[in-house]
Write a protein that binds this ligand. Structure first.
Ligand SMILES: CC(C)(COP(=O)(O)OP(=O)(O)OC[C@H]1O[C@@H](n2cnc3c(N)ncnc32)[C@H](O)[C@@H]1OP(=O)(O)O)[C@@H](O)C(=O)NCCC(=O)NCCS
Length: 240
C-alpha cells in the first residue's frame, strides 16, 4: 500500500528494503568500537538513535512522553545520551555503553553488539546480551538476550536474523542455555521464538498464565560454529 513520504507517494516497505536490506542479506553483529572506526557506520548508527528517539514514542494516560522504546533509559536522566550528544561525542558514548559490560555490584552486565548490513553499510539494530549466566532471576530482566531493530527497518526479517547471531554471541560469552521472556502483546518478538520451537531449536517453559509473558529457553551450542542467521520467510505475513 503506497504511503506519503516527504511529499511523494511511495511503497514504504519497498523503500525500507532498499535502504536497510533484509535479514537475508549480508548481516553481522559487530562491536560499537568497530562502528566508531567507520565513518559511514557511525553516521548510520547515529541515524538509528534518531530513529528510536523520534519514532519509538509512548504517551502515557497522564500525558508523560517516553522516547526511545526499549532504549529510553539511554535518553533520560542526568547523564542522558541523546542522539545529538552521541553524535557530538561518539567516543564518550561508546565508552559509556562499554562500561555497562563491566562487572558492577547489584547489576547485570550488558554486552552491546550492533547489527549491520555489511554490503549496504547500514546499521539496522542492536543486540544486548546479559550476563552472568543465571536462568533466575535473569527472566525478571527479560532474559539473557534482547533484540532491538530500528523502527524504520522492522518487519523485514532483521529480528529473526538477529536471533541466530545473538545465540552465537551468547555462546561466546559462556551462556549454554539462553532464557528469554516475551510479553504476550509483542507478537513481532515471540513469533521468532515460536518458530524456533516448531523446528526444535527452542522450548517454551511452562509458567504462570496470568503473568502475561512467555518464557523460552534455547541451547546455544548449535550456533557456535554457524554464525549464519536463519533465512526469513520469502513471502510477507498476510496477517500483518
Ligand atoms: C521484536 C523486534 C526485534 C522484531 O524485529 P523485526 O525485524 O521487526 O521482526 P521480523 O521482520 O524478523 O519478524 C519476526 C516475526 O514477527 C512477525 N512480525 C513482525 N512485525 C510484526 C507486527 N508488527 N505484528 C505481528 N507480527 C509481526 C513477522 O511476520 C515474523 O513472523 P513470521 O516469520 O511468523 O511471519 C522489533 O519489532 C523490535 O525491535 N521491537 C522493539 C523492541 C522489542 O520489543 N524487542 C524484543 C524484546 S523481547
Amino acid at each position: 500500500m503506497p504511503e506519503q513520504l516527504g511529499g511523494c507517494m511511495v511503497d514504504l516497505k519497498e523503500w525500507r528494503r532498499q535502504r536497510f536490506g533484509t535479514g537475508d542479506d549480508d548481516v553481522a553483529l559487530i562491536s560499537l568500537g568497530e562502528v566508531a572506526s567507520d565513518a559511514k557506520l557511525r553516521h548510520s548508527y547515529v541515524g538509528m538513535l534518531h530513529d528510536f528517539y523520534t519514532k519509538d514514542v509512548k504517551k502515557a494516560a497522564d500525558g508523560t512522553v517516553t522516547r526511545g522504546g526499549d532504549m529510553a533509559e539511554r535518553f533520560q536522566g542526568q547523564d542522558a545520551w541523546t542522539p545529538t550528544r552521541a553524535s557530538d561525542d561518539f567516543e564518550g558514548y561508546v565508552a559509556a555503553q562499554d562500561a555497562l559490560a563491566e562487572p558492577q555490584p547489584g547489576r547485570l552486565r550488558t554486552h552491546t553488539s550492533v547489527m549491520v548490513n555489511q554490503s549496504q553499510k547500514q546499521v539496522v539494530g542492536e543486540a544486548w546480551i546479559r550476563t552472568p549466566d543465571t536462568p533466575m532471576p535473569i527472566t525478571q530482566w527479560g532474559g539473557h538476550t534482547h533484540s532491538l531493530v530500528r523502527p524504520s527497518a522492522r518487519g523485514l526479517g532483521h529480528g529473526k536474523a538477529m536471533l541466530g547471531l545473538s545465540m552465537a554471541k551468547a555462546h561466546e560469552l559462556g551462556i549454554d542455555n539462553v532464557h528469554v521472556t516475551v510479553s504476550n502483546d509483542n507478537p513481532a518478538s515471540y513469533r521468532r521464538f515460536a518458530a524456533m520451537v516448531i523446528d526444535g531449536r527452542a522450548k517454551e517453559v511452562p509458567g504462570d498464565p496470568q503473568s502475561g509473558r512467555r518464557h523460552y529457553t534455547i541451547p546455544t551450542a548449535p550456533y557456535a560454529a554457524a554464525m549464519k542467521p536463519a533465512a526469513p520467510k520469502a513471502t510477507p505475513n498476510p496477517q500483518r
